[in-house]
Ligand binder design. Structure first.
Ligand code: SF4
Length: 332
């Protein structure tokens, strides 16, 4: 599939010719994050129509912030000491998107990449429908953009994807993942999956489990479907019973645990850059907690660093000496 194909058949609520609305945020921003990283919301609301989700009715239709405003906010954040900016939205890859030209997120990433003093840029919540070759090439080509992409996939069975209203097929998802691995060297892919959606029988679940085994995602989150009043998915029934769905969630996480353990184990002996987040939460401990370039805050694992005089906000070289299922341990 080529990049322009990815936009075809886009069943979105917003007509393509409708204006893109913008919203503002106040300055100066008070950071709730440690000070050296910050989330930058590039848009709000969502025009997708995932049948299990209430966000479009709660947050409204898609509104994006102009690139100029985002760059100016990013510069201010960097002036305040931020070294890592994490782009968030309900659907980041839909930024300045059009079916003809694809995602405009590339242009935003290129502009952010030019900000002096900024070290890492990370993209979360990229809907696979709007990821294209050009976006992946931009991630590969911008030295500050982490080789990391969060692509919530939810499922892989075509029947379930259709019922979920995800507007994408298994073949298309696999092509995007193939392109991501081909174009972005050492990319780490995070995804989230949902188990227990109505119609997920043993066959559909096995397909999902085999997919997880085959793709070997670097990071995975699994959630159980929860019927929400007001969502279109209710017409399909209440879903798989809770106990059963929980067993499926556990099964996927067991598979992922093995994949992650093996992947992190291979890093022992390597020296990698780590951004230092905070002291280890044990009074008097000389250890610090940080993250490698393939770890987003709060959702991925951590690196526990033993070292001399290192402070939050520094990016330091760490020699990995040990690993567990999801975390790394090393010496600066
Ligand atoms: S799940 Fe995400 S992409 Fe789908 S409608 Fe909700 S917010 Fe939008």
């Amino acid at each position: 599939m080529c990049s322009s194909d990815l936009g075809k058949g886009d069943k979105r609520l917003r007509p393509n010719d409708s204006p893109r609305f913008t919203f503002q945020t106040a300055f100066p921003r008070r950071l709730s994050t440690p000070g050296h990283y910050a989330y930058l919301r590039i848009s709000d609301g969502c025009d997708n129509s995932c049948t299990y989700c209430l966000i479009p009715s709660l947050r409204g239709r898609y509104q994006e912030r102009p690139q100029k405003m985002l760059i100016s906010e990013a510069r201010r954040l960097v002036d305040q000491g931020v070294r890592e900016i994490i782009l968030i939205a309900q659907d980041t890859s839909y930024y300045d998107y059009s079916p003809g030209t694809g995602s405009g997120l590339s242009s935003l990433l290129e502009a952010l990449n030019g900000i002096q003093g900024l070290d890492w840029i990370r993209v979360l919540y990229a809907h696979p429908r709007h990821i294209d070759r050009h976006l992946l090439q931009t991630i590969a080509g911008c030295d500050k953009v982490c080789p990391y992409l969060d692509i919530p996939l939810q499922h892989i069975n075509d029947g379930i994807l259709d019922k979920m209203g995800r507007n994408i097929s298994r073949v298309e998802i696999e092509e995007i993942l193939r392109q991501a691995r081909e174009l972005v060297t050492d990319i780490s892919i995070r995804t989230t999956l949902m188990v227990g959606f109505p119609g997920e029988g043993e066959e559909e679940f096995s397909e999902l489990a085999d997919f997880v085994l085959a793709q070997r995602f670097e990071h995975l989150g699994v959630f159980q479907y929860s019927p929400e009043v007001g969502t279109a998915a209710l017409r399909y029934g209440s879903g798989v019973d809770e106990l059963h769905a929980d067993r499926r969630r556990e099964k996927l996480m067991e598979v992922q645990q093995e994949i992650s353990t093996e992947r992190l184990n291979r890093l022992r002996g390597r020296v990698i850059p780590v951004i230092v987040d905070r002291p280890y939460p044990e009074s008097g401990s000389p250890l610090m907690i940080g993250r490698a370039i393939f770890q987003a805050p709060e959702i991925d694992g951590i690196v526990v660093v033993e070292g001399g005089d290192i402070r939050p906000g520094q990016i330091v070289e760490v020699k990995i000496t040990d690993s567990s299922e999801y975390d790394l341990y090393g010496i600066n």
